[in-house]
Design a binder for this molecule. Sequence first.
Ligand code: FE2
Length: 227
Amino acid sequence: MIEFNQHAAVYPGIYLARSTADAATHQRMIAAVRAAVAKSPPERDGKGGKKVRVKEVWELPEFQSLKAAARQLFHHRFGDYSVQIADHWVNVMESGEWSELHVHSHTAAAVVYMLESGDANAGGDFALLDRELPFCCDDQRYPTHDVHSPSVEIRPTGFGNGSALIFPAHLQHHVTCYRGRPEHPRLTVAMNLVSPAVTAKQLLQQEFEKARAHFKSGQLGRLTPFA
Ligand SMILES: [Fe+2]
């Protein structure tokens, strides 16, 4: 059973959550992913590693539980429990691979769960770009997809095994090159959440004032239990 029981505001609309999953749960999930990769190697998706969408993996109770936890996290953060998971996959990133800058289209929010961060101090850092500079220039919003606009890069700390990030899906993000040992790939679970009630833009707008208040009061980054 996987549940998120702690969260921290990282930036407007971006939250880090901690799960209750224990090591044994992660080992079962990792074993399933490795078996799926070995059985039918998925196609490589450019430089971003492999994306595993094998049905048997997602039928496991642990992955089903993670999907339910992601929906609950969205509900808790953004107040909508009608949210659905439109797409989900496991990213397998081996040494020498990285994920290029991208967004998740036609989605309100994305959840990325760290199943296995791989070797320590070996890259594979998750980073988001905010081109709207909400803290310093909130009277002058820049278009999110204008690549020439200034940006803030956010590299959340504490995104280790058993943690998840939830963020508005239109925020650009990437993963730096992973250079761990070949037998120790970096594994993340990604989920796209769609909601009939809110868009990614609205999520950021909703969260902006609240998060800025947290920022000013020094609350950002502090883990607190769910009420
Ligand atoms: Fe992504």
